[in-house]
Write a protein that binds this ligand. Structure first.
Ligand SMILES: CC(C)(COP(=O)(O)OP(=O)(O)OC[C@H]1O[C@@H](n2cnc3c(N)ncnc32)[C@H](O)[C@@H]1OP(=O)(O)O)[C@@H](O)C(=O)NCCC(=O)NCCS
Length: 172
């Protein structure tokens, strides 16, 4: 049993420790999320705190999925500030703690993001993800279009360069 809610700036600030646990767990597991090893709870919490201004300003929308023990998954939408891009957003930091995977949480978060995006007038979503990852399978199964693969685009936490697929989804 879980609930999904968009975090207000206050709830986001209050949830930083739990969000940090989810982020650090994913990096520990080798996910390519912009960080390299060594990475732990404190750097993860610092990174989330650095996002507080964007959350407060409305350019970053963050959702959390909770079970009885607290936050177990998260996903965000980053809204570009440009005047010609108000119809577009990037899906960022879709993360499910290893203890909570395989229960449909990522799929549920994505559906929530898509509904919220449409309600806000956003009709185009974009993202990139490591080739061959579980996330890539998820996006392909959810109707996203992979429009290219860039070789060696980003490093895994162990420093090895990995190919990344670039995806979009038109919302209707
Ligand atoms: C990718 C991730 C978010 C999936 O979370 P999840 O809650 O376990 O996913 P779901 O249970 O909603 O599964 C949805 C679909 O994703 C795909 N999927 C999930 N785990 C998978 C795996 N280990 N291998 C292959 N496909 C997988 C499947 O298509 C699955 O559908 P199915 O269950 O009908 O086969 C999770 O593994 C994760 O947090 N990974 C690390 C962080 C990351 O890479 N995030 C993406 C950044 S772009």
């Amino acid at each position: 049993m879980h609930t999904i809610e968009r975090l207000s700036p206050g709830a986001f600030a209050a949830g930083v420790k739990e969000l940090a646990e989810v982020l650090a767990d994913a990096v520990d597991d080798g996910a390519s999320l912009g960080f390299v090893a060594p990475f732990g709870r404190e750097p993860a919490a610092r990174w989330w705190r650095e996002q507080e201004a964007a959350v407060a300003g409305g350019s970053l929308l963050v959702w959390a999925a909770r079970d009885a023990g607290g936050i177990v998954a998260t996903a965000g939408l980053s809204l570009p500030g440009k005047a010609n891009s108000r119809h577009r957003a990037e899906v960022v930091k879709l993360l499910v703690h290893r203890d909570a995977r395989g229960r449909g949480l990522a799929r549920a978060l994505l559906a929530t993001l898509e509904r919220a995006a449409l309600a806000a007038g956003v009709t185009l979503l974009v993202l990139d993800t490591r080739s061959g990852s579980a996330a890539e399978s998820l996006y392909l199964s959810e109707g996203w279009t992979r429009f290219g693969v860039v070789p060696g685009y980003a490093a895994d936490p162990d420093g090895s360069l990995q190919d990344c697929g670039f995806f979009y989804k038109l919302l209707t």
